[in-house]
Design a protein around this ligand. Structure first.
Ligand SMILES: *Cc1c(COP(=O)(O)O)cnc(C)c1O
Length: 374
């Protein structure tokens, strides 16, 4: 995160710049309530979407909220050929008093701008990022669920829309925000996941796109993920491409290692790791709680030895969607290890509760991370 949340909170929010065109046919109340009662991640979307258009000549314009629906795309649109696309992910939380909040949205706005730079898409002003989210959530306020671990998942994204097959940055782009109600990631309580450490595939390399929230990084992680599933594992952990020996991250989550003496480490940002908002928040909260925390190089061999002799007590993954996910089993071509007793350890359980308590307004927000939308 380039600037602190407090600095960024002083940036004006341009929600008024987004002109709201309400749909005349929103989903009937009963159907919306039914969808909110049983949300399935990323399958149901709200009545509207926020949108802005960019052209090299006119810059960003046509900021609007309009009916959710299919996009019109020319078959020669650059994104369909060269994959010029970036995205973000954050949530809107309803607190017990009915107010609606997001968590560190300025960090997502800053990261979106950094991702745009790396993929040669136009930078979206951070106040437009916040303005789009604010306007959409206010328009679709009835879609923000209340209740235990329920939220409205927000998916900002941008793609190259110019009709041109030449290989150069697109001169036209579309920015959108869509929203999907989500329930607890783990229905029936937090479940540890099993991780396959990929030794034949990498998600990112030095000088590549790993630090950008770029759709192509995900496309490249799907085959390794499929291979791991076929072996009976839930997720993949990638190693660095240069030495194939140092932990990087999962396809969409950062990773932490907790030692029995309370020290906590996460892979340092080398340029090939995505800097998660959850990651940086956890580093802060653990350090506040008196843990010695380190962003460092974590060799797989060290984790294997530590799991075998008990020095490594817990391993967990983190990201906006699942918050904190305990890792119960770590395996690769020539090893298969249980982490602790295979369930969520105390540091993992506590940090997850601490973070969600702040997000849902059940605990004080000592760092000013929450931003009120409604
Ligand atoms: C989004 C993402 C994360 C987690 O980031 P958060 O800001 O915590 O949601 C981690 N790794 C990758 C590759 C990601 O795309």
């Amino acid at each position: 995160m380039t600037r602190s949340d407090t600095d960024l909170a002083t940036v004006a929010v341009a929600e008024d710049a987004f002109v709201v065109h309400r749909t005349g046919s929103p989903l009937p109340d009963a159907q919306r309530e039914a969808a909110l009662a049983q949300p399935k991640f990323g399958t149901v979307f709200t009545d509207h979407m926020a949108r802005a258009t960019w052209t090299a000549g006119d810059g960003w314009h046509d900021r609007r909220v309009e009916r959710y629906g299919p996009l019109q795309l020319d078959p020669a649109a650059a994104v369909l050929h060269y994959g010029q696309e970036i995205f973000e992910g954050l949530k809107a939380y309803r607190h017990d008093d009915g107010s609606v909040w997001t968590f560190r949205p300025w960090a997502n706005a800053a990261r979106f701008a950094a991702s745009a730079y790396r993929i040669a898409l136009p930078e979206l002003p951070q106040e437009d990022f916040l303005g789009a989210i604010t306007a959409l959530v206010r328009t679709d306020a009835a879609w923000v669920p209340g209740g235990e671990e329920m939220s409205l998942y927000l998916r900002p994204f941008m793609y190259a829309s110019e009709r041109f097959l030449g290989v150069r940055p697109s001169l036209e782009a579309e920015f959108l925000v869509i929203a999907s109600p989500v329930g607890p990631y783990f229905a029936g309580g937090v479940q540890p996941v099993s991780i396959w450490v990929a030794q034949d595939f990498h998600r990112a390399g030095a000088g590549g796109t790993g630090a950008a929230k770029f759709g192509g990084n995900y496309a490249g992680s799907l085959l390794p993920q499929q291979v791991a599933h076929a072996k009976g594992f839930d997720q993949v952990c990638f190693l660095d491409a240069a030495t194939n020996s140092v932990l990087e991250e999962l396809g969409g989550m950062n990773v932490f290692v907790v030692e029995a003496d309370g020290r906590v480490s996460t892979p340092e940002l080398t340029g090939s790791i995505l800097e998660g908002v959850t990651r940086s928040s956890i580093l802060r909260l653990l350090s506040d709680a008196g843990h010695e925390v380190a962003e460092r190089r974590i060799p797989l061999d060290e984790v294997r030895a530590g799991l075998a002799d008990g020095r490594v007590a817990e391993v967990f993954a983190c990201g906006t969607a699942a918050v904190v996910t305990p890792i119960g089993r770590l395996a690769g071509d020539d090893f298969d290890l249980t982490v602790g007793d295979g369930t969520s350890g105390p540091v993992t359980t506590r940090i997850r509760a601490q973070l969600t308590d702040i997000q849902y307004g059940r605990a004080a927000d000592p760092h000013g991370w929450m931003h009120r939308l409604i």
